[in-house]
Design a protein around this ligand. Structure first.
Ligand code: UTP
Length: 479
């Protein structure tokens, strides 16, 4: 007879009860057979010892983060001197070689819930193209396509999803025929989840037969790569470096030969891109040295004094804001696994819809629950060697986080169009602007037309007239 989850009901219930979480079965009597089976499966998959330690350390006795002695980190600057320009050229060459040799894969983390954006669908499906309304995923795919046309080998693309958006993400790619990529070069892998708990550390129920779970953070990438076999695949395919980015940043350069080259030249295990913070209180993590190691210090862990400290030149002492773009060596991830190094979980206080003790479904107005997440940048402190490179914010970083206001689709489209405008202007084209300097029409350049400024300047005819919305694609001009 086929084994059934009900054969293990007693054991599963006992584990939950011993962990002080027996209440998850409170509505058992009202559940259907299928709902009961599903609930048992969900409870069975919870790592109770891990959950118990997180509740103990992050919920019941949250210890104050020990104050860290921070020092500014060495950062590769935007080149000005001849020596710096030469170093950048060398880095680019090294990066080109690695891409040509097929040693680089792209990896996007797209498992987040995107609650602030509130878009109905995976964030990567958000229509961001200022003229084309093309989704975020299409921009990344076209960058990879353009790069492989330029450099030769197909660039494998690893896409981390979460259980909540895995099937919709896959369907979206299929519906869009993988945006011109070969389906075999696109590898989806699903990240893990963690139960969300209340302020007492009790697991919240999303419905009477459902545990409230949330993805385990972008740091979940490490475990998910191992568990899914993606890391094995990378090694088998001879991939040495992973170009890591977030799904919300349409401006990302992927792959970026220069960043790749600096990272490889230094023999770094994990590297980061940074931009100058716009103002001291800007909510970005900063790259600094703690205990002699490069690391990201979260905005909330930075003392007021360090946040506003200035150097002799009047510049912010801790100016290097991390933009969540990394180069990660495959052998580094394998070493972490071999040495049993796991990234720590952090506590995030969030609004978590739940079923209350009377069985009512509650949509909380303020944070009621606690989610547990790992952060990818915590891996940095384990890297034997790491570099950081400063880049120009306007050219490489404009995330879509909120529906309106700062870091929204409107600001990302504005940033994209300004990049295109500067390419057009450098090519000698007159870009119409109104009196306040704002663009008079919408413009967009597909990565398939030009992957970067150099290609754009070389291709765009200087006598191009912009009279209406402009979309440059694959060598043709429309509409
Ligand atoms: P954010 O921290 O901005 O979260 O993720 P989010 O899910 O996109 O948005 P909110 O906070 O719910 O509004 C930064 C990047 O990390 C990915 C996201 O998909 C995004 O690319 N991420 C985040 C994951 O892949 N998994 C996670 O568990 C969390």
């Amino acid at each position: 007879m086929k084994a059934s989850i009900f054969d293990r009901e007693t054991e599963i219930r006992k584990r939950a009860e011993q962990a002080g979480q027996g209440h998850v079965f409170a509505w058992w009597a009202e559940c259907s057979e299928a709902e009961r089976a599903s609930l048992l499966e969900q409870v069975d998959s919870i790592e109770f010892p891990l959950l118990e330690s997180l509740v103990r350390d992050l919920v019941r006795n949250p210890h104050q983060e020990e104050t860290v002695t921070l020092e500014p980190a060495p950062i590769i600057p935007i080149p000005v001197s001849d020596a710096q320009i030469k170093a950048k050229d060398l880095a680019r060459e090294r990066g080109h070689t690695l891409i040509r040799e097929g040693k680089v894969a792209a990896l996007v983390v797209a498992g987040g819930q995107g609650t602030r954006l509130g878009f109905d669908g995976p964030k990567g499906a958000f229509p961001i193209g200022p003229v084309s309304s093309k989704p975020l995923f299409a921009f990344f795919a076209e960058k990879l396509l353009a790069a492989q046309r330029r450099y030769g080998p197909a660039i494998p693309w690893y896409i981390m999803t979460s259980p909540a958006n895995d099937s919709t993400t896959r369907e979206f790619f299929e519906k869009n025929r993988f945006f011109g990529l070969v389906p075999q070069q696109v590898h989806f892998f699903v990240q893990g989840t963690m139960p969300a708990v209340d302020q007492e550390g009790k697991i919240l129920l999303a419905s009477k037969h459902e545990i409230a779970r949330s993805p385990d953070g972008h740091g979940g990438t490490l475990r998910a790569l191992e568990r899914s076999g993606a890391l094995d695949r990378m090694e088998a395919e001879g991939i040495q470096e992973i170009s890591y980015f977030q799904v919300d940043n349409v401006l990302v350069r992927v792959p970026d030969p220069v960043f790749l080259g600096y990272h490889a030249e230094a023999g770094a295990e994990m590297s980061s891109k940074v931009v100058r913070k716009a103002y001291p209180e800007e909510k970005v993590g900063v790259i600094g040295m703690r205990g002699g190691k490069l690391g990201v210090i979260e905005y909330s862990d930075l003392s007021q004094e360090d946040m506003s400290a200035r150097g002799p030149d009047g510049e912010l002492k801790y100016w290097a804001g991390s933009i969540a773009i990394h180069m990660i060596r495959v052998s580094f991830l394998r070493r972490l696994q071999r040495e049993g190094i796991q990234l720590p979980f952090h506590r995030a206080d969030k609004k978590v819809p739940f079923v209350d003790a009377d069985g009512r479904h509650i949509e909380p107005a303020s944070p009621n629950g606690i989610k547990f997440e790992c952060f990818i940048f915590d891996a940095l402190r384990h890297a034997a060697s790491a570099i950081s490179q400063e880049v120009v914010r306007q050219e490489e970083f404009s995330p879509v986080k909120n529906a309106t206001g700062v870091s929204s689709p409107a600001t990302a489209q504005g940033a994209l169009m300004e990049v295109y405008a500067s390419w057009l202007e450098q090519a000698g084209v007159k870009v119409p602007r109104n009196e306040s300097g704002a663009l008079a029409s919408r413009i967009e350049i597909s990565p398939l037309y030009a992957l970067d400024r150099a290609e754009a300047v070389q291709k765009i005819p200087p006598d191009l007239k912009i009279t209406n919305d402009l979309l440059l694609t694959d060598g043709t001009t429309s509409p």
